[in-house]
Design a protein around this ligand. Structure first.
Ligand SMILES: C[S@@+](CC[C@H](N)C(=O)[O-])C[C@H]1O[C@@H](n2cnc3c(N)ncnc32)[C@H](O)[C@@H]1O
Length: 273
C-alpha cells in the first residue's frame, strides 16, 4: 500500500493502526515482495536483512513451504478444512488459493490479530464457488474465541489442518504458545494436521542478532526457538516425512530451485493420530 491508501480506513472502534513503529505483518509483506507496507516497515526489514542477509532468501522460502504444505494437505492428505492462524497480509499463493486449486471445495478460515490485516481481509475472501473462506479478527493466545468463531465455517468433527507458519515466534511466552497449540490440536479430530514454521535460535547467529534488532524496533516482539523447543510444540503428533527440517528440506519439488545457502527456519507438518 502506498501510505495514502490506509488513511480512509474506518477506525471507529478497535485498535488503531500504528505507523510509527515497524509492524510484523507489513514488514513480512515487504520481505515477501508485497506492496502493503510503510517506510517504517521497509526500513526495519532492510536493517534486518543487513544484520542477517539470509532473511532475503528465507522469507520467500517460508512462503514456498506454506504452498508445499497446503498442496500436500489438500492433495495426498485429503484435507478439506484449513485454520490458518497468523495469516499475514494477502500475498501470492494464499492458503485458500493453493488449497482450492487442488480441491475447490476446501473451506479456509483465516485468523490474525493485526488491524492492518483486518483491513485487507476482503482480498482473502475470494473463495471458489464450491468452497468457503472466512476471516476472524482474533488472537492466537485466545484459542477459545478462535474455535468458537471458526465453528461457523469449519466442521470440527472432520479433519482440519491448523497452519501456524511464522506465528508461534510472535508468542514470546513458551507456556502460552504451548497451551494455544494444545487447545487447538485438542479440538480437532484424529486425522487432523498441524503445519508449523518457526525461525531457529540454534542454526545461525546472525538470525539471533536480527531478533535482538527487531525487538528494539518493532511493536511486537519476536522470539526464536531451538529445535528442541519447536519439537515441544509437536508433542503427541506424528511427524509427516521428512520430519522437522529446515524449510527448503520439506518436500521440495525436484524442479524447485534450491536456495543455495542454509535457511535457519524450522518446518514440519504433523498428524494427529
Ligand atoms: C510473519 S507473518 C506470517 C504470515 C503468513 N503466515 C505467512 O507465512 O506468510 C505473522 C503474522 O502473524 C500475526 N500474528 C502475530 N501474533 C499473533 C497473535 N498472537 N494472534 C494472531 N495473529 C498473530 C501477525 O499479525 C502477522 O500477520
Amino acid at each position: 500500500m502506498d501510505d495514502a491508501r490506509l488513511i480512509p480506513v474506518p477506525q471507529t472502534s478497535g485498535p488503531k493502526i500504528d505507523t510509527s513503529l515497524a509492524n510484523v505483518a507489513r514488514a513480512w509483506n515487504y520481505m515477501v515482495g508485497g506492496k502493503d507496507n510503510f517506510e517504517v516497515d521497509r526500513m526495519a526489514a532492510r536493517q534486518l536483512m543487513e544484520v542477517a542477509p539470509v532473511i532475503r532468501v528465507a522469507a520467500p522460502e517460508s512462503r514456498a513451504f506454506l504452498g508445499r504444505a497446503v498442496r500436500y494437505l489438500a492433495g495426498g492428505a485429503g484435507i478439506r478444512q484449513f485454520l490458518d492462524i497468523g495469516t499475514g497480509l494477502p500475498s501470492a499463493g494464499n492458503t485458500h488459493e493453493v488449497a482450492q486449486l487442488v480441491a475447490p471445495d476446501c473451506r479456509v478460515v483465516y485468523v490474525d490479530n493485526d488491524p492492518v490485516v483486518l483491513t485487507h481481509a476482503r482480498a482473502l475472501l475470494t473463495s471458489s464457488p464450491d468452497g468457503v473462506t472466512s476471516y476472524i479478527d482474533a488472537d492466537a493466545r485466545d484459542p477459545g474465541t478462535i474455535l468458537a468463531e471458526a465453528a461457523s465455517t469449519l466442521d470440527f468433527r472432520a479433519p482440519v489442518a491448523i497452519m501456524m507458519v511464522d506465528l508461534l515466534n510472535f508468542i514470546e511466552d513458551d507456556g502460552v504458545a504451548s497451551s494455544a497449540v494444545a487447545a487447538l490440536t485438542a479440538a480437532v479430530p484424529s486425522g487432523s494436521y498441524l503445519a508449523v514454521m518457526h525461525p531457529a535460535s540454534d542454526l545461525d547467529p546472525a538470525l539471533l542478532e536480527a531478533e535482538r534488532h527487531w525487538n528494539q524496533l518493532a511493536a511486537q516482539r519476536v522470539r526464536l526457538r531451538s529445535r528442541e523447543q519447536v519439537e515441544g510444540f509437536l508433542g503427541g503428533l506424528e511427524l509427516v516425512e521428512p520430519g522437522l527440517v529446515t524449510v527448503p528440506e520439506w518436500r521440495r519439488a525436484a524442479d524447485e530451485p534450491a536456495p543455495g545457502e542454509p535457511i535457519p527456519l524450522y518446518a514440519a507438518v504433523a498428524r494427529k493420530p
